[in-house]
Design a protein around this ligand. Structure first.
Ligand SMILES: Cc1cc2nc3c(=O)[nH]c(=O)nc-3n(C[C@H](O)[C@H](O)[C@H](O)COP(=O)(O)OP(=O)(O)OC[C@H]3O[C@@H](n4cnc5c(N)ncnc54)[C@H](O)[C@@H]3O)c2cc1C
Length: 369
C-alpha cells in the first residue's frame, strides 16, 4: 500500500516521520526543487506541537534547537508607552519555546530515510489512484494525504471550501545581523517578541536564531487588493520603506527607526483563513492535514496543529495498518474537534488584535483580573 503525502512542510514531514518510526514507508512529493530553494520564514512558538515531536522520537533534538529566551515579550503603545515586559527566567520550563522554522524542518527532513522526499514534484490533480504533476509525470497511490498548505490543491478533492481574506495585510521586512549593525535597536527589541498595537495597525518584531530581527507590519481592515492599491512602491524597497514610515505617522520614532534599518527584502502577505469548523465527509483514500485542512489566523496555532495532525494521523495508520479508511475516520474525528477549537480561539484573538483598543485588550488578556 503506497502512502503518498503531498507537501514537505511541517505537517507532511511529521506524518512521514511517525510512519517511519512505526515501520511504515511513505513518499512525500514537494513542489520546491530542493530543501534550500526557499527561505522558510522566521520563528515558530511550539507548545501543543511538542507532543508530535515526542511521538516522532525527536523531542530531545527539538529542545536542543529551541530558544527558551524567545518566550520574552514586550507590549507597547504607538506613543512608546511600555505596557508589559516579561523576561523568561533562565530555569523557566520550555512551555512555548521559539524555534527557527528552517531548523525544525531540517530536523524532520534529516530524520527520514533518503529519497523519502521527492523534490520538484508539483501536484496538479489526482484521479483513479493516479497523481499528476505539473511536469507531466505521474505516480500511483493507495492513500493520498494533502499536506500542501494554505493554497492546497488536494483540498478540492474533498471540499469546495476556499480560504477567504480576513481584512489583514502584512508587510514583512527584516534587519540582518542586528547586534552588529544596530545594537540600540537590538536592545530595544530584546530576545523574543516585541509588539506595538494601535490605530488599525500593528508592528511585531521578533529576534530570529540567525541574528536577524523580522518586522511584520500589519494593516487591519484593509482589502484583499491592498498591496496593489495602497500606492506603496513594493518594487522599490527604499521608497517602500519611506512610505511605510509615513503610514506610521505619529508613532514613536524608535518604531520607525526599526523600519528604516531593514534591508531590501520585503514580503507581502495577505491573510486568509478557511471557515472555522470546516469538515467533509470521510473518503477512504484521501485526507488533509495542517493548513490545507484548517487555515487559521497566524496567532501561534497553525504549526502546532500541523505537527499534531501529522503525528496523530501517523499513529492512526500504524494502529490500523490493514484498514486505512478506518484510520482516516478516526484521525478526522479527533482532528476536526481539536482544530475547530484552535480555529475558534485564533479567530477570537484575531478579533482582539483588529479592535481599536487592541493593546489594552491584549494587556488584559496577558494580565487577567
Ligand atoms: C510568518 C508566519 C509565522 C507563523 N508563526 C507561527 C507560530 O509562531 N506558531 C504556529 O503554530 N504557527 C505559526 N504560523 C503558521 C504555520 O506556519 C502554518 O500553520 C504551518 O506551517 C502549516 O504547516 P503545513 O505543513 O500545513 O503547511 P506548510 O508549512 O505551508 O507546508 C506546505 C508544503 O507543501 C508544499 N506544496 C504546496 N503546494 C504544493 C503542490 N501543489 N505540490 C507539492 N507540494 C506543494 C509547499 O511548498 C510546502 O513545502 C506562522 C505562519 C507564518 C507565515
Amino acid at each position: 500500500m503506497t502512502i503518498t503525502i503531498v507537501g514537505a512542510g511541517l505537517g507532511g514531514l511529521a506524518l512521514a516521520r511517525v510512519l517511519h518510526v512505526n515501520g511504515i514507508d511513505a513518499v512525500v512529493y514537494e513542489r520546491e526543487p530542493s530543501r534550500g530553494a526557499r527561505g522558510q520564514g522566521g520563528m515558530l512558538d511550539i507548545h501543543s506541537g511538542q507532543r508530535a515531536l515526542r511521538e516522532a522520537g525527536l523531542i530531545d533534538q527539538f529542545f536542543a534547537i529551541a530558544r527558551g529566551e524567545g518566550q520574552d515579550m514586550r507590549l507597547l503603545e504607538p506613543d512608546g508607552t511600555l505596557l508589559l515586559q516579561e523576561d523568561t527566567p533562565e530555569d523557566a520550563p520550555l512551555l512555548r519555546p521559539e524555534v527557527d522554522r528552517a531548523d525544525l524542518r531540517s530536523l524532520l527532513l534529516d530524520s527520514l530515510p533518503e529519497h523519502t522526499v521527492r523534490w520538484g514534484h508539483a501536484f496538479e490533480s489526482a484521479d483513479n489512484g493516479l497523481l499528476h504533476f505539473a511536469d507531466g509525470s505521474s505516480a500511483t497511490y493507495d492513500l493520498l494525504v494533502g499536506a500542501d498548505g494554505a493554497g492546497s490543491r488536494v483540498r478540492a478533492l474533498l471540499t469546495d471550501a476556499r480560504p477567504t481574506h480576513i481584512g489583514q495585510n502584512v508587510v514583512e521586512l527584516s534587519i540582518p545581523d542586528i547586534d552588529r549593525t544596530h545594537p540600540d535597536l537590538a536592545a530595544m527589541v530584546g530576545r523574543g517578541n516585541y509588539w506595538v498595537l494601535g490605530d488599525g495597525k500593528s508592528l511585531a518584531a521578533q529576534r530570529n536564531g540567525d541574528g536577524r530581527v523580522r518586522v511584520g507590519l500589519s494593516f487591519y481592515n484593509t482589502a484583499e487588493d491592498w498591496f496593489a492599491t495602497s500606492g506603496i512602491p513594493f518594487d522599490d524597497p527604499a521608497a517602500a520603506r519611506a512610505r511605510l514610515i509615513e503610514e506610521l505617522n505619529g508613532w514613536d520614532p524608535r518604531f520607525t527607526a526599526l523600519i528604516a534599518a531593514c534591508d531590501d527584502t520585503i514580503r507581502q502577505w495577505p491573510i486568509s483563513t478557511l471557515p472555522v469548523g470546516l469538515t467533509w465527509p470521510s473518503t477512504p483514500d484521501v485526507t488533509l492535514l495542517g493548513d490545507a485542512a484548517h487555515l487559521m489566523p497566524p496567532v501561534g496555532e497553525g504549526a502546532n496543529m500541523a505537527l499534531l495532525d501529522g503525528a496523530l494521523l501517523g499513529l492512526a495508520l500504524a494502529a490500523h495498518p490493514d484498514d486505512f479508511p478506518a484510520a482516516i475516520k478516526e484521525y478526522e474525528r479527533e482532528m476536526f474537534e481539536r482544530s475547530s477549537a484552535a480555529a475558534r480561539m485564533s479567530a477570537d484573538m484575531q478579533e482582539l488584535l483588529m479592535s481599536p483598543d487592541a493593546s489594552q485588550k491584549l494587556l488584559a488578556f496577558f494580565q487577567p483580573g
